[in-house]
Design a protein around this ligand. Structure first.
Ligand code: ATR
Length: 279
């Protein structure tokens, strides 16, 4: 795409950002929709983050994604926040509109859209959800599951207090389960979600006995490197439907793209293959 003087600008603020797949994701859609726009990697140190955001606003950027380590710091810079950003306690999408900084969080949206696409017959209301982990990804997943009508969330984290804090912030039917009791929590579950880093290349493996998990339960993993984690492989082997974590990353990008560049992008098999080709 040849850029003009009217080029719409957005990017991703993080430190580091070299590993981010987001420029590829947005670059793919910009090409596909033939939009006069650019989405740039924007490496910014934590201490420079507030000034960098104001500079982007000044430069006429449409907005930016925000990733590690700035997602919480971004909350304080925004003039307004959407419900998801408030509940999750983090911003992943900044939209600059009418001279204002709007903070949004599309991680929960991405999580749920990935499940809708990968397991269309699954319904959040059909049974309890078991969520492993209590970091930012867990906050997004719990928020989205509650919003979608999950009757109960069983939240299981190595550090129990962290799960308790998350449960308090969410205001919904969230029960905290000690890490040692995680296998038993699978009894009667409608979905199992791993948001811990266990299973990621170079991290430990997730030790979890799946014996009491109903065969109909959906299993999903936030980890997408590798795409097929040990958990997903074991779930599929015993007949459970399973959805990998790449789609969450792709779908969370959709609302930002729409807000900055105007077109509603889609996540397709071709796009997944394109994004993965980097590996
Ligand atoms: P993110 O914000 O991306 O979710 P995070 O805040 O680093 O990342 O959270 C990582 C999650 O993996 C946490 O729930 C962490 O448990 P603690 O809260 O007890 O730290 C979990 N985790 C990481 N390594 C683990 C391990 N070896 N065993 C169990 N849980 C682990």
């Amino acid at each position: 795409m040849i850029l003009s003087g009217e080029t719409r600008l957005a990017g991703i603020l993080g430190w580091p950002v070299g590993h981010s797949l987001s420029p590829r994701v947005h670059g793919y859609w910009l090409e596909r929709h033939k939009i006069d726009g650019a989405y740039l990697p924007l490496p910014v140190r934590p201490e420079a983050f507030p000034a960098a955001v104001r500079t982007l606003l000044e430069l006429g950027f449409r907005g930016a994604n925000v990733t590690i380590p700035h997602k919480r710091a971004a909350l304080a810079l925004c003039d307004s926040l959407d419900e998801a950003a408030r509940r999750i306690g983090a911003v992943n999408t900044l939209v600059f509109a009418e001279g204002e900084i709007q903070g949004r969080n599309s991680d929960g949206f991405g999580f749920m859209e990935n499940l809708r696409q990968g397991a269309p017959s699954w319904r959040a209301g059909d049974g309890p959800a078991v969520v492993l982990g209590a970091g930012g990804a867990a906050r997004a997943a719990v928020h989205a599951l509650l919003a979608a009508g999950a009757p109960e969330i069983r939240l299981c984290n190595r550090t129990l207090e962290r799960a308790e804090t998350l449960a308090q912030d969410m205001a919904g039917p969230v029960t905290c389960v000690p890490w040692a009791a995680r296998a038993g929590a699978l009894d009667g579950a409608g979905i199992l979600v791993n948001t811990t880093s266990l299973g990621m290349a170079g991290k430990g493996t997730l030790a979890l006995d799946l014996d009491v998990l109903p065969a109909s339960a959906l299993v999903t993993d936030i980890v997408y490197a590798p795409l097929e984690t040990d958990l997903l492989r074991r779930a599929r082997a015993r007949g459970n439907p399973a959805v990998d974590g790449l789609g969450m990353l792709l779908h969370q990008a959709r609302p930002g793209f729409k807000a900055w560049f105007g077109a509603a992008p889609e996540v397709t098999a071709e796009m997944r293959a394109f994004v993965l080709k980097r590996e």
